[in-house]
Design a protein around this ligand. Structure first.
Ligand code: ZN
Length: 330
């Protein structure tokens, strides 16, 4: 592509209840927002979903003045062999070839990632970890997932699951130390970290330690007013999360860990986690800075646009190579 040609990207974040699009013009390698639109997700009607996407992107093209490549943050898990959606908070996606349907409907270069990968990329480029050689973006919200970036680029891996730490198992030593039950996970396995450290996971811990399983913010409020069950819940939760982040350090050794999702708003985590991570690392290993997000949830569409930008040299490959480019098999 000619350098003087006007360039731009659309980023789309698809959630269970809303779809957000942000259109960016690119100037001197910097993305400048020119258009933003949010619509309700047609969650149960796949044809209506495709139609809504076409309308959304058509309006964004008009605002940008060009037919731009699109990065799309998709919810749920995609079978890397069949390409079908396995589980998603958009019921219309389940069992469908969502990626190929979108490629067929939209007829332009598309890049796909999940919400955690888009979050990580957004925080790596111009966000909390801007300029660092590597970073891990860890989302802790209704679930737990993440993405790993090196030099501002997202590492995708063979299956696109690099950084899916939420489905690493909690070690038996910690299950035994705190006498925790082995919770089943929607992924089909048991004892996944997500079931203990996510928002719902913290509520389950609270119930286990004698509380009534309130949401995280209420547990924090109760701990501040002297509830022993709430204080115990926060202490154990920080230790389990510390173990998880220590494992991330051993796997990826990132220069910073940026937290995202609902639990990234809990200020006590930034005080307690460095010590908790250190307890699970051997001597001589430095704990990376654990940082709050710059963009947070609003970084999803931005990260998706950055993913399109990252993939663009590949998106313009001949058709025979398009599959590898669009699924981002880096
Ligand atoms: Zn799992």
């Amino acid at each position: 592509m000619n350098k003087s040609e006007p360039r731009g990207y659309h980023g789309i974040d698809i959630g269970g209840s809303k779809i957000e699009l942000v259109a960016y013009a690119e100037t001197d390698d910097v993305l400048i927002e020119v258009h933003r639109e949010r619509i309700a997700t047609p969650g149960t009607d796949f044809a209506a979903f495709l139609q809504a996407m076409e309308g959304l992107i058509g309006r964004a093209d008009a605002a940008l003045g060009l037919r731009a490549p699109v990065g799309i943050g998709l919810p749920g898990v995609i079978d890397s062999v069949s390409g079908r959606h396995l589980s998603s908070n958009v019921p219309a996606f389940n069992g469908r070839l969502v990626v190929s349907a979108l490629q067929q409907a939209l007829q332009r270069p598309l890049a796909f990632g999940n919400d955690c990968q888009c979050f990580a990329l957004s925080e790596a480029q111009g966000g909390a970890a801007a300029g660092l050689a590597s970073m891990f973006g860890a989302i802790i919200g209704t679930g737990a997932g993440g993405g790993y970036c090196v030099d501002g680029r997202l590492l995708r891996g063979l299956n696109g699951v690099a950084g899916e730490w939420g489905h690493w198992p909690l070690p038996a030593s910690l299950l035994q130390a705190y006498d925790l039950p082995l919770h089943a996970c929607p992924c089909g396995r048991r004892g996944c970290l997500e079931r203990y450290v996510s928002g719902p996971g913290m509520s389950l811990l609270h119930r286990h330690f004698g509380g009534d399983g309130e949401p995280p913010l209420a547990i924090v409020a109760r701990a501040q007013t002297g509830s022993e069950a709430a204080a115990r819940t926060l202490e154990i939760h920080a230790d389990l999360l510390g173990h998880a982040l220590a494992s991330l350090v051993m796997a990826f050794d990132p220069h910073a860990i940026v937290l995202g999702g609902g639990l990234s708003q809990l200020s006590h985590l930034y005080e307690q986690l460095p010590g908790a991570v250190r307890r699970h690392l051997f001597a001589g290993v430095r704990v990376p800075p654990i940082l709050p997000p710059t963009f947070g949830d609003s970084g999803g569409a931005r990260g998706a646009a950055l993913l399109a930008k990252q993939q663009v040299p590949r998106l313009h490959l001949p058709a025979a190579h398009q599959d590898a480019a669009s699924t981002g098999a880096d």
